[in-house]
Design a protein around this ligand. Sequence first.
Ligand SMILES: *[C@@H]1O[C@H](CO)[C@@H](O)[C@H](O)[C@H]1NC(C)=O
Ligand SMILES: *[C@@H]1O[C@H](CO)[C@@H](O)[C@H](O)[C@H]1NC(C)=O
Ligand SMILES: *[C@@H]1O[C@H](CO)[C@@H](O)[C@H](O)[C@H]1NC(C)=O
Ligand SMILES: *[C@@H]1O[C@H](CO)[C@@H](O)[C@H](O)[C@H]1NC(C)=O
Ligand SMILES: *[C@@H]1O[C@H](CO)[C@@H](O)[C@H](O)[C@H]1NC(C)=O
Ligand SMILES: *[C@@H]1O[C@H](CO)[C@@H](O)[C@H](O)[C@H]1NC(C)=O
Length: 240
Amino acid sequence: MGRSLVKWLLWGLIVLVHLHGHRGCFEEERMGLLEIKEEFVRSTPNETIQESIKYFLPSGVCHLSGGHILPSWVDDHKSECCEWERVTCNSTTGHVTHLSLHNIWEFDIESDFYFYYPFYFEDMVWFLNVSLFESFKELRSLDLSFNAIGGWIEHKGSESLLRLNKLESLDLDCNIFNRSIIHSLRLLTSLKSLNLSYNALEGSLPTKELSVFEDLEILDLRNNWLNGSETVQGRDIEKP
Ligand SMILES: *[C@@H]1O[C@H](CO)[C@@H](O)[C@H](O)[C@H]1NC(C)=O
Ligand SMILES: *[C@@H]1O[C@H](CO)[C@@H](O)[C@H](O)[C@H]1NC(C)=O
Ligand SMILES: *[C@@H]1O[C@H](CO)[C@@H](O)[C@H](O)[C@H]1NC(C)=O
Ligand SMILES: *[C@@H]1O[C@H](CO)[C@@H](O)[C@H](O)[C@H]1NC(C)=O
Ligand SMILES: *[C@@H]1O[C@H](CO)[C@@H](O)[C@H](O)[C@H]1NC(C)=O
Ligand SMILES: *[C@@H]1O[C@H](CO)[C@@H](O)[C@H](O)[C@H]1NC(C)=O
C-alpha cells in the first residue's frame, strides 16, 4: 500500500516536471557562456586604442564598456542563463538556440566607416577561439558581427573546427576575416544563411569552397575585395 503510494507520487512528479519543461540552463552551456564572456573581456581594446578610436570616429562617440560588457552574465548558480541578455533558449528543451553577440563593445559607428577605414581598427584586431562554441550543440543562429575579429584560432586537427550541426544562420559581417574563413566553416553544412559582408575577403569568388554549403539560401559577400564574375548555380549571391 505505502509502496504503491510512493510510486504514484513519483509518477506525478515526473509528469509535473515534463509539463513545466526544462527549468534552469544546462551547466555545460552556462560555463560555455561565461567562457565566451571572459574571452570578450580579455579582448577589450586597451585605453590607448580606445582613445585613438574616439579621435577618429566621425561622431567622436564610442562607448567601449571595458569589463562591464554582458552585465547579466554572472557566475551565480541562482542566475538563469536562458534569461541573460543576447541569449535565447528553446523553452521546451532549455538548450541555447540563439546567441546574438553583435557589436559587443557597442561602437557607435556605421558599417561603411568600418569598411573604408579598416586601418583604424587594425590595433584592435583579435582572434576568436572557436572551441568556445563547442558546448552549444543546439545552436541555430550565431551573430558575431561588428567585433573586429581577424580570424579564428584553430588548433591542429579537424576537431578544432567550428562544428555545430544545427547552425542555420551565421552573421560575421563587419569583421576583418579574410577568405580563409570560408574554408574554416566547411563543417557547418546545415547553414542556410551566411553574412560575410564588410570583411577582408580578397581575390576571386570562392565558389569551390562555398559548394559544401548545400542548403545555403542567403549569402552576403558585399563590401569585400572580391573580383571576378563567376556565378554559383542556384544561389543568390549578393555582391555589388
Ligand atoms: C594596447 O594594445 C596595443 C595592441 O595590442 C599594444 O600595442 C599597446 O602596447 C597596448 N598599450 C597599453 C598601454 O597597454
Ligand atoms: C523547441 O524544441 C522542440 C523539441 O526539439 C521543438 O519541437 C520546438 O519546435 C522548438 N521550439 C522552437 C521555438 O524552436
Ligand atoms: C580555446 O578554448 C578551449 C575551450 O574553452 C580551451 O580548452 C583552449 O585552451 C582555448 N585555446 C586557446 C588558445 O585559448
Ligand atoms: C588570413 O587569416 C588567417 C587567420 O585567420 C591568417 O593565418 C592568414 O595568414 C591570413 N591570410 C592572408 C592572405 O592574409
Ligand atoms: C549583412 O550585414 C550587413 C552589414 O551589417 C547588412 O547591411 C546586410 O543587410 C546583411 N545582409 C543580409 C542578407 O541580411
Ligand atoms: C582578382 O584578384 C586576384 C588577386 O588580387 C588577381 O590575381 C586576379 O587576376 C583578379 N581577377 C580578375 C578577374 O580581375
